[in-house]
Design a protein around this ligand. Sequence first.
Ligand code: ADP
Length: 460
Amino acid sequence: MSKKFKRVLVANRGEIAIRVIRACKELGIRTVAIYSEEDRTALFRTKADEAYQIGNNKGPIEAYLAIDEIIDLAIKKDVDAIHPGYGFLSENPEFVRQCEAAGIKFIGPDAEVMEKLGDKIKSKILAQKFGVPTIPGLEKPIKKEEEIKQFAEKHGYPLILKAAAGGGGRGMRIVRSDDELIAQFRDAKEEARKAFGVDDIFVERYLENPKHIEVQILGDEHGNLVHLFERDCSIQRRHQKLVEFTPAVALSDEKRQAILKDALKLCEGAGYKNAGTVEFLVDKYDNHYFIEVNPRIQVEHTVSEMVTGIDIVQSQVLVAEGYRLDSEEINIPNQESIKVNGYSIQCRVTTEDPANNFIPDTGRLDHYRTGSGYGIRLDGGNGYTGAIINPYYDSLLVKTISWSRTFPDAIRKAMRSVEEMKVRGVKTNASFLINVLNHKEFQKGTCDTGFISNNPELLD
Ligand code: ADP
């Protein structure tokens, strides 16, 4: 029943495009890259077997969102499947439908599941249906300002306004008093409309400094579903992840098992296929709450690969080809066969200036040298001496992923690697990452999402 792909189109750019191209090559599949005019000199396009410029005159972001053009190209180039990476079209059910209509396999969950789980309100309602705990809130888009006023009266402050279609921390506002409620609501709505084209906003209680724990899920198209354990992504700046690791060393085994079980319960209930992530917050009383599902590969999937030995991106492709998890190709006979070995930490090196409020820096990389060596994996996108860092896309330069048998040594390796990096011409956040890795609380593994804002000395 499995159909081997001959050609896969990668509808993305940067490091994740390279990650997917590599996985396809390892599986003997030809790769087709697309790139915008602004990405003419980008490294990722040279890694694919073929690369085509798209989106002329559309704009740097819009080029990667040009559904019709991408599908036309895929048909013309006789592509069997499209991998969407993360961001851009990766969570767009309409794109999935159009791929299907064109006879092209979308490497990810099907449109219906994506629709149910990709929306923060719908997935919350579904979680409740399956008995998975959620944060108290109004599980419907706020139509009248009166509704949030009533919610605030009943539950008090702080509360958080969130965009149903949200991602990357956008469309999110924390409100601490009546005075700011309505203005913040209007702001969130406006930001959501601009970023996602949909301005549905909902409200829930804001937990003070929880931990962010998420579960990697992998399902085949025959009803088999496993988890690849958890990741701790609590090190965040403005709700955006910066450093991620696994296992979540501060979790008790009992809590870990409860979270893993809930993640599976939700995905099994929803009939999830392919790779996905179920995100939870854990408050200071050790209660866990589901917050959202990301129905796609995530930036931090790497650390789960390092400790389980499972190539998640290859598995995505194989599952989409129709292979069962217990097939020889994927080789996951059952949940019990997945073991965690050691510790892994991912640091996101970005072209942002920590001394200047993390404003993205741009220009020519006059010098680019990374620190590899034993225990280090580097997943890069744009970095080479002479590369131009443009202002149009996210500022991720390279992911430094360390692995070791112990957490302290995984930290030491990460630190050594980031210290060894030499980047000139464009500023990076390397010194900030070193400060995080050096911090006692980080080394205990107990940081919560308030860690960066509560420790301003990390900026020194
Ligand atoms: P996005 O999809 O934009 O990344 P998420 O819903 O995944 O948004 O939330 C991102 C981060 O925002 C979380 O990891 C957490 O730090 C914070 N957050 C979200 N909801 C809450 C909440 N109810 N209470 C406290 N923090 C929250």
